[in-house]
Ligand binder design. Structure first.
Ligand SMILES: *Cc1c(COP(=O)(O)O)cnc(C)c1O
Length: 364
């Protein structure tokens, strides 16, 4: 058997058709491409954490239920006892668990532009992924289009990112309620950017049996740990728990996340700085000729540039040592868009200055 026959025999057609999720090499760049918190920990906190880690027994399997961490997460989210929590190796793993649990060929629905992993994993599993475009003006849900797609395709899972990535807006809560009511299956409200948003559907868990709220510690400032969680009815969590790998949250993550969340006051400070810088960057972008920034409830800003210039501008900024995200490849509403993560004040200044220089260089 030759190699290409081997590959095409062994791997499912869905896998063969996929492209790997590519992450740009950021070495040497000011990194404003991945919605990371730019700040490290206060030294005193860091030392306390290292002291804690000494108690980690690396020769033993971690607590499969991560009881202590789950209790901390319950407390900080003020999640009532009647709901359960499931932890994942990043919320990416929770998206995967949810999709793996669906019947073969089931439909999955989400607004587009949206978070790419929903589609990536659905495609891999051979599910029927349906994208419903958001409104071009303001990126809110197109409610009639959503409701008609729901009626037609009967999706068993709907993802609503709140705020949405990469458009950074909060969908109208009323439209979200109508989608949740119309859904024949589960609705996952993905609150990855909750630390920056001042809005949540957690309080609605009691209203809807089919609602799940998903969160992550990544955007808060722990992207390197890989920890996400989903909250909802115990009967739903129980099913997901069956397909979770028993030790999916390693002991270093359990201990570190628990420590960080218990001491989270410093995150609040960092988040406030990021939100203040978000207002500053937005203002600066708004004053640049030809640039249209969109209002953001997250830690990044999506902005529109002159037609067909997104890639040139992205490269000109990169040339000056600043890495942001080029959205042009995703087409549609994003074809003239770039996305910048809010960094430290000096990083944001470097980005703004690189953008100004880039625009001048390109005679824009
Ligand atoms: C970043 C992001 C995630 C993934 O978070 P991890 O916990 O790091 O896997 C999920 N959903 C949205 C909308 C995101 O932007």
């Amino acid at each position: 058997m030759n190699n290409s026959t081997l590959i095409s025999t062994v791997f499912r057609k869905e896998v063969l058709a996929m492209a790997a999720y590519k992450v740009a090499n950021a070495q040497g760049y000011i990194k404003l491409d991945a919605m990371e918190n730019p700040y490290s920990w206060p030294e005193e906190i860091q030392n306390q954490w290292l002291e804690h880690l000494k108690d980690c027994q690396l020769n033993r399997y971690p607590d499969p239920e991560a009881v202590q961490l789950v209790n901390t997460i319950r407390a900080i989210n003020q999640l009532p006892e009647q709901f359960d929590i499931l932890l994942g190796n990043g919320s990416d793993e929770i998206i995967q668990l949810l999709l793996m649990a669906l019947p073969q060929g089931a439909s999955v629905l989400a607004p587009v532009p949206g978070f790419v992993m929903y589609k990536q994993i659905s495609d891999c599993l051979g599910l029927n992924y349906i994208s419903v475009p958001v409104l071009a003006d303001g990126f809110d849900l197109d409610l009639p289009a959503m409701l008609s797609a729901i009626a037609k395709a009967q999706p068993l899972l709907i993802f609503l990112a709140y705020p949405n990535n990469p458009t950074s807006n909060l969908f109208s809560a009323d439209a979200m309620h109508q989608v949740i009511k119309a859904a024949p299956g589960l609705v996952v409200v993905d609150e990855a950017y909750a630390p920056f948003a001042n809005a949540s559907f957690i309080d609605q868990l009691g209203q809807y049996d089919n609602l799940l709220i998903m969160r992550t510690v990544s955007k808060l400032g722990l992207a390197g740990l890989r920890l996400g969680y989903v909250m909802g009815q115990p009967a739903l969590i129980e099913q997901l728990n069956k397909i979770r790998l028993p030790y999916n949250i390693n002991c270093l993550t359990q201990m570190t996340a628990d420590f960080a969340l218990v001491n989270r006051a410093f995150f609040t400070e960092q988040t406030e700085k990021i939100c203040a810088q978000r207002a500053y960057v937005f203002n600066e972008l708004q004053q640049m000729e030809g640039i249209l920034p969109y209002p953001s409830a997250a830690n990044f800003i999506l902005f529109k540039v002159p037609h067909n210039k997104a890639t040139d501008i992205f490269l000109a900024i990169k040339q000056q040592g600043v890495l942001i995200k080029n959205m042009a490849g995703q087409g549609g509403l994003l074809s003239d868009c770039l996305r910048v993560t809010i960094g430290k004040p000096d990083e944001n200044k470097a980005f703004l200055s690189a953008l100004r220089h880039g625009l001048a260089e390109l005679n824009l």
